[in-house]
Design a protein around this ligand. Structure first.
Ligand code: GTP
Ligand code: MG
Length: 193
């Protein structure tokens, strides 16, 4: 993928504010702080088009980025951080469910999992929703620079087991080494058709 242009188009909390176009889009979801915004920046080769943070809960709205004037990458707010304001937490589920169930433009969701952690209830629930809504899913293990080779293999095995996905289903990504960029782009492009 050659990224000729990438621009932030808008933030939305509900369907009224989604961009009114027929462009295909691929969205990024996962636990707060797992590296969604960082992965999007890494794919685009931009350091900070998408805001990232050490503080979980940085992204609180659905953010649409228009790429090469023909498709969108969509940064979704993460789930599972206790310190979020109650209001934010209450709004999260309907906001995400509305988006997943009511957006025909959505061609696939990239589900991010931290390679160092065993997926929790919320990760599994997210996988269930994606299946329920029939959305093709691209599972990605993030922050692979933080583990050695042996641990990478054993963690991938454990994560595969707990998600009931084959080991081969997972792409790896590191924003430090940029490993996985081409592989993930191939899968994203495939999904966009
Ligand atoms: N070493 C390393 N750090 C990473 C990687 N990806 C993300 N990080 C760091 O993890 C932190 C969180 O990254 P974000 O991209 O903001 O995470 P997010 O999933 O968008 O978080 P929310 O918006 O809060 O849901 C930042 O400090 C990143 O620099 C990676 O591949 N390797
Ligand atoms: Mg984010």
């Amino acid at each position: 993928m050659i990224v000729k242009s990438a621009q932030f188009v808008k933030s939305a909390t509900g369907p009224d504010h989604y961009p009114d176009t027929s462009f295909g889009e691929v969205a990024f979801i996962g636990r707060s702080n797992v590296g969604k915004s960082t992965l999007i920046n890494g794919l685009l080769g931009r350091r900070s088009l998408v805001r990232t943070s050490r503080t979980p809960g940085r992204t609180q709205t659905i953010n649409f980025f228009l790429i090469n004037e023909v498709f969108f990458l969509v940064d979704l707010p993460g789930y599972g951080f206790a310190r979020a304001a109650k209001e934010v937490r209450k709004q999260w589920e309907p906001m995400i469910r509305n988006y997943l169930s009511g957006r025909p433009n959505l061609k696939a969701v990239v589900l991010l999992l931290d390679i160092r952690r065993i997926p929790n209830e919320e990760d599994i629930r997210m996988l269930d929703w994606l299946e329920e809504y029939g959305i093709p899913t691209i599972p990605v293990l993030t922050k692979v620079d933080k583990v050695g080779h042996g641990e990478r293999s054993s963690q991938t095995g454990k994560i595969a087991q707990s998600t009931a996905l084959p080991k081969e289903a997972f792409s790896c990504f590191s924003s430090v080494t940029r490993e996985g960029r081409e592989d993930i782009w191939d899968r994203v492009e495939n999904a966009l058709g």
